[in-house]
Design a protein around this ligand. Sequence first.
Ligand SMILES: C[S@@+](CC[C@H](N)C(=O)[O-])C[C@H]1O[C@@H](n2cnc3c(N)ncnc32)[C@H](O)[C@@H]1O
Length: 361
Amino acid sequence: MAGINAHYHLSQWPVGSAPEPKVSAHRNEASPSGAPSGNTPSLKRARQGGEDYHLPVLLEEVTHYLAPKRDNLYLDATLGGGGHSEQLLRVGANVIGLDQDPAALSFARARLGDYRDSFGAIQGNFREFGEILETIGISGLDGVLLDLGISSRQVDDADRGFSFSKPGPLDMRMNPDVEVTAAELVNNCEEEELARVFYEYGEERASRRIARGIVERRQVKSFQCTTDLAQFVESMVPRRGRTHPATRVFQALRIAVNNELRALEEALSEVPKWLRPGGRLVVISFHSLEDRIVKSYLKRCSQAQVDRPEWPAPKKNPEHYFKLVINKGLAPSPEEIKSNPRARSARLRVAERLEKAASTS
Ligand SMILES: C[S@@+](CC[C@H](N)C(=O)[O-])C[C@H]1O[C@@H](n2cnc3c(N)ncnc32)[C@H](O)[C@@H]1O
């Protein structure tokens, strides 16, 4: 398939029956109490392996809720440094890892080289995961993981342009093959469009003022460097608290460059078709825009009935695909946030695929 760089080692992709995850303990609140499996030596090792690249967030919780089983097949749609995948592979599960960033794939392939018979890494956007799975002959999955956003390596590498604290090209593309960079947006978008991006994707209250300032400034000198843009935004918006004034503008540009919210919506809508009954969808989001999309999608698809004021009675919900495994978004424990401050905004949501009959009866 064009555009897909497939390098997978699995000799035989399993097409087994539905799994029955046995979950021993649920943690329903944003509280560390009742954490599923504790700081076991194997979890510690998993963290250390790719620590320099990215510390996997909510690793114990993801493992607990995906409940991986030997020979079952899982899609890690955001492979990154492979930290979550490694944890699944350790118990003998098969994993397909997807990432749009070729640098992530190279790292994860090297790290997970010992699992060549049970692990495959494919470059692609998760919005196309269904097409990708069809291409490699997969018929169903026992679990799907989406650990959204960017990895620590992507943030820390100044050449990728994600960070406002280090000088680098204003790039922000997760996939270097896509055409539009952040610099292209900042230097070419109409003022109104820039303001919309800052407001909708950054929830930036000063969106219009910043957009106007950028348009005036770029007539004199275009923006090419991350710190140039960050300092310019700082000169326009007073610093409130510890958050850098350019945080929201950078978030907005990153979301726009990578079309992140649309990709998430498209990937979620494809999941029911692929998850086997009992299989679980686990999603970690890092800001309210992502979490809102996940939350409202899962709410919509976990209700048996739908109702509208103009209907005489509620009707069966044709999208009743899931039951919620946890009702609220789960936050990392204070202990995890202390050891990995980048985890602080993470929220985990989990849903389980119902028997297919539930959606059609
Ligand atoms: C937070 S990191 C994942 C870290 C990983 N779970 C680990 O343990 O190392 C997110 C990864 O997802 C990738 N990514 C983000 N959006 C994507 C998309 N739409 N399609 C494919 N990969 C995506 C990023 O390139 C990044 O490597």
